[in-house]
Write a protein that binds this ligand. Sequence first.
Ligand code: BGC
Length: 310
Amino acid sequence: MTSASSTPLQDMIPECGAIGIDIGGTSVKGGLLLPDGTRHVSVPLPTNLDSGAGVFLDDLAHWIGALGCTCPMGVGVPGVFAPGSRKLTDSPNLKTLEGCDLAQELGQRLGREAASIRVGNDANLAAFGEQWLGAGRGHDDMVMVTLGTGVGGGIILNGRVFEGPAGRGGEVGHIRIHEGELAPIACGCGNHGCLETFASASAAQRLARNASLPTDLSQLADAARQSAGPARDLLETIGMDLGRGLAQILILLDMETIIIGGGFGAALDMLKPGIQEGIRERDFTARMPQILEAELGSDAGWLGAARYGL
Ligand code: BGC
């Protein structure tokens, strides 16, 4: 994935626009980006795989069709793709789609060449989007961490998204931060102790429910902002686990900029004290990176996908 350049939109996007699709564990977001910068954002489609991959892909193709079928298109999906292949090899949160060649499946349904549909990891594309149009502008080295159904990561090195030879580069949600009794919940990947089981939006909802706190995460963050108490304590605990995971990224990659996005990323102000504590605990250098909130919010993934499609 090459650098998200600063070329003006009108020089890079054809008149019909560019379509970006971001398949999440809970819903699909997407839209059409026009050369003048206008964004037509679609009403999200629930990610309903109860009736199998075929029915979901039919619904998805129908939903994408409403945006237009001939414009360049990129699709972000949670999971690992072997670079060079369009097959999703591992997807802890969307197991039903494992083994699926999404470009082929969507191409057939939309009546377009599979090769004209670019498919990539959702968090890599969100990082690409933030670097292109959001908080990552001007940062050639950064890591983006998305807090949604899972925890995703996109590493940008020297202005390029680093996917790795097996496509698992940036799978930060599966960094192990706890073991044994401290890690009772199994991750979708089959392991215990993954960052995703402590700091994703789904983990935060589970922990809030167990503590009889609001499971609506914006209400939880508001309660934490209002006063000291259990909501603030919970977000600090989650932040600390996130910081423990980030410390491992920092020790490995020595990044100066970390962008936090995904739906739960909007609680960053309340997570930050814990994050900093977690980094201090696990990174012996205790050098703080700048930790920025994603600017594009839930649009980062589909905008990055649209850029990828170009
Ligand atoms: C998957 C990643 C994905 C992340 C966010 C993780 O469980 O392994 O590929 O980016 O969830 O959706």
